[in-house]
Design a protein around this ligand. Structure first.
Ligand code: FES
Ligand code: FES
Length: 440
């Protein structure tokens, strides 16, 4: 906190800060603080500041505690599993896209932010904190955890985006809580506004204390469209956003009311076994020096600066399988496995690999003894442009290591974001073929 108060920039997952063009002379790596747990305390979901979006997708606790909303919002906010495995919930709340449906979901879930501060610790409700996070963090404050109080009975998230991987033009998030047959609490939050995502109090109070009949929901959707200050920009006019909001709000209200009324428990997808670790780099304080990294079974001793990325470290050591694409976490071409977990090496500080094991495509197999994935990729013609192939192979390997018999949906989810151009048809077919070959 003292360092943060002096202006050292706190770093969580790195997917926003390291991807930005902003000069970062000093970084304070928070991963070493051990704040990545997700647990339930007195019926509240407690999410540590450095828990990643993927930690929430894979937490069996996060589904019942949020009527399925938080894991769903994490998935839609970051389509790529690799990026979800790095981006933290707190980081997204503070630094995330201004149109983030994740921020809207935190509003609709009445999240409370616990902030450690050198002057005095504080708790800030989402309604206040998310309007302008810097206000509460000024003077050295750091988010310590995010609390989601008492689960709603129903929830829904509806969005429209130009591409699934882009921030939504508009999204509407609704949570409902019933008391008997009547709605005791309704939260409606929307994105696509002139400012950050916001709740629409007019729509909420219109539905509260009613039974949630369709006519009332229609009127509430109309209120969302009329009351919220939708934005006009190059992507859509304010009127277009308003019309989208009307439709999305009605869908979200109907969904959340229906699920809440039936007290329908959320579907929990098959979850991968928990990752073996996500330890801090054992170097608490690093400005420059030697790092010991095992890459593809080879022990490396390499010089690095604090800001050196894992991608630069690997390529500097002559390992070119990880491709240097966008440098911003968008193309996936730099994906490597760090102790078995897929990470975007362009956004991973080299120091985080200290004492750990990295696998790139060079370590997967050789021409003489290819890995089964390499064999089937060749057989199925799943090579595509070649630039993305190392990432696709490694994403597939991390999936098959955790889930030997994946469904097609699981394969699609694992590969999303690793190729930026094709329909993924052949890579998906190849991974399923590799899985059945390994099964036999
Ligand atoms: Fe790392 Fe594009 S995601 S280079
Ligand atoms: Fe290589 Fe899509 S980026 S085929």
């Amino acid at each position: 906190m003292e360092l943060a108060a002096q202006g050292v920039v706190p770093l969580g997952g790195g997917t926003r800060l390291l991807a930005s063009a902003v000069e970062l002379p000093n970084l304070l790596d928070l991963v070493g603080l051990g704040l990545s747990a997700v647990h339930v305390e007195d019926e509240d979901l407690v999410v540590g500041a450095t828990a990643t979006l993927q930690d929430l997708v894979e937490s069996p606790l996060a589904y019942p505690a949020t009527a399925g909303l938080l894991p769903l919002a994490c998935r839609t906010a970051a389509a790529s599993r690799t990026i979800r495995g790095m981006a933290t919930l707190a980081g997204e709340a503070v630094q995330g896209d201004p149109d983030s449906e994740l921020v809207a979901a935190l509003l609709a879930l009445n999240a409370v932010f616990t902030i450690a501060h050198p002057r005095e610790p504080r708790e800030s409700p989402a309604l206040r904190f998310l309007r302008n996070p810097t206000t509460d963090l000024e003077g050295g404050g750091l988010v310590e955890k995010v609390l989601i109080p008492g689960a709603p009975h129903g929830a829904a998230l509806e969005r429209v985006a130009a591409l699934p991987s882009l921030p939504p033009l508009v999204s509407v998030v609704v949570t409902t809580t019933f008391s008997g047959e009547r709605l005791s609490r309704v939260r409606v939050a929307t994105t696509g506004l002139t400012g950050r995502p916001a709740r629409v109090a007019e729509a909420e109070s219109h539905v509260e204390r009613t039974a949630g009949d369709d006519e009332v929901l229609r009127e509430a959707a109309e209120l969302v469209a009329r009351a919220a200050p939708f934005r006009a920009d190059a992507e859509a006019s304010a009127e277009h956003r308003r019309q989208l909001a009307r439709v999305l709000a009605l869908r979200a209200l109907r969904g959340a009311v229906d699920r809440g009324r039936r007290r329908q428990p959320p579907d929990i997808p098959r979850l991968r076994p928990p990752a073996s670790h996500r330890g801090a780099a054992p170097l608490a304080n690093f400005t420059s020096g030697r790092l010991d990294v095992t890459a593809n079974g080879r022990k490396l001793r390499v010089d690095a600066e604090a800001r050196t990325s894992l991608l630069d470290l690997l390529r500097g050591a002559g390992i070119f399988g990880a491709k240097a694409g966008c440098g911003a976490g968008r193309c996936g071409a730099c994906t490597v496995l760090l102790d078995g977990r897929a990470v975007a090496s362009c956004l991973t500080l080299a120091v985080r690999a200290q004492g750990r094991t990295v696998l790139t495509v060079e370590g997967l197999g050789t021409s003489a003894r290819p890995h089964v994935l390499q064999t089937v990729f060749a057989e199925e013609g799943a090579i595509g442009c070649g630039f993305c192939t190392p990432a696709l192979l490694l994403g597939a390997k991390s999936l098959l290591d955790a889930v030997p018999n994946p469904t097609e949906d699981e394969v699609r989810e694992a590969l999303t974001g690793l190729c930026r151009c094709t329909g993924y048809v052949k890579p998906v077919r190849a991974v399923l073929a590799a899985a059945s070959r390994r099964e036999r």
